[in-house]
Design a protein around this ligand. Sequence first.
Ligand SMILES: O=C(O)CCC(=O)C(=O)O
Ligand SMILES: [Fe+2]
Length: 197
Amino acid sequence: MLFESSLNLNLKGADISYYPNFLNINEANKYFETLLDSINWRQDEITVYGKTHLQPRLTAFYADNENTYKYSNIRMYPNPFESNLLEIKNKIETELKIKFSSCLANLYRNGSDSNGWHSDDEKELGINPIIASISLGAERIFHLKHKTDKALKTKLILHHGSLLIMQGETQHNWLHQIPKTKKDIGKRINLTFRIIT
Ligand SMILES: O=C(O)CCC(=O)C(=O)O
Ligand SMILES: [Fe+2]
């Protein structure tokens, strides 16, 4: 059973579980190497608090429909799914028994790339979205903090081949980020499968 070693974070007003070995090492290595080249990576300009700057990572957006995804004042137009992403999507869907429509991919080129505090609460995700997030490559730290109760925060390392699932009220009550790190680390790919209708 793939999910035998899972961890529920047990956070107030959140439903987050973590599966460190969702992909085995051979699958994880293969997907990391192929997706670095096969994904249509780009660096967009975003506008946050009225200021426009380049996003501190590369991204790409894939979907099996035409629906766009708008966040931080950019609108992402989907590419059709490519074969490796489809394989991973199918594997997650088989395990979770949920269909995803879309995948937002992130490439953190080194420790200077990051993803600032946010919730995935855009209206096209619907209420209480489920997000399945795959990590490949360098390990990065995932920070979580409660929106109102300042005492509540936690962090976990996202391992190569792992799956993190956020669902329920998580995005209402919590923010997450991938901070920069001064460590000399390599590239990390993150794939967030979402339902965008
Ligand atoms: O890179 C990660 O693990 C998080 C990505 C993320 O939060 C997002 O794309 O919304
Ligand atoms: Fe996010």
